[in-house]
Design a protein around this ligand. Structure first.
Ligand code: SF4
Length: 185
């Protein structure tokens, strides 16, 4: 694994560590080779942020690159309101809050803290149904904080050559399955 872990790896790693390898392998080719419609739509939901069109207010960080030296994580936040201390991650549609989603917010949180910002609240925003899901800060949920640190350590220690998948249902839902030589189906 590389020294700085992209925040987006956290969710992928929980699903299947091998999916990160395939993402790296095919990530620079046409994404339509392997992306399904929900992913493409989800990406579109982020384009407003990436192009910094969400807000021109100077006290709002949008699509800002972040880095946590403590956890060796790097990535981009969606929206951080400096005045209110509210960190928001927008997704096209949220049917369930997966641990990987929360860990991504944790990574953003720790990076912003290291940058000297005060993060007081974290939340997800589901655009399709206009719903907000608040997430406890890491220090308010010791179990999730430990789980987050465990995943980060697992990524750092991961050995691709020794990995054997064990969950057939994940392979059935995996977008890389047609490309994967270790698929269980
Ligand atoms: S097909 Fe299975 S083993 Fe291969 S990347 Fe997907 S989930 Fe992992």
């Amino acid at each position: 694994m590389e020294s700085y872990i992209p925040v987006s790896y956290l969710n992928d790693f929980i699903f299947c560590p091998l999916s990160i390898y395939y993402h790296q392998l095919y990530g620079n080719l046409s994404t339509r080779l392997y992306q399904d419609l929900p992913q493409i739509e989800g990406k579109a939901a982020h384009e407003t942020i990436d192009e910094k069109r969400y807000s021109s207010r100077k006290n709002v960080l949008q699509g800002t690159e972040i880095f946590s030296s403590k956890y060796n994580l790097c990535g981009k936040i969606d929206i951080f309101d400096i005045d209110s201390g509210i960190l928001t991650e927008r997704k096209k549609h949220i049917a369930k809050i997966y641990d990987g989603y929360i860990f991504q917010l944790y990574a953003h949180y720790y990076a912003l803290i290291e940058m000297g910002y005060s993060v007081k609240q974290m939340r997800f925003y589901s655009r399709d149904d206009n719903r907000i899901y608040n997430v406890a800060l890491p220090d308010e949920d010791s179990g999730m904080k430990e789980a987050f640190e465990s995943v980060v350590n697992d990524i750092n220690d991961f050995d691709l050559h020794r990995f054997t998948p064990a969950n057939e249902s994940k392979c059935q839902r995996c977008i890389y399955e047609p490309l994967c030589d270790r698929s269980l189906i």
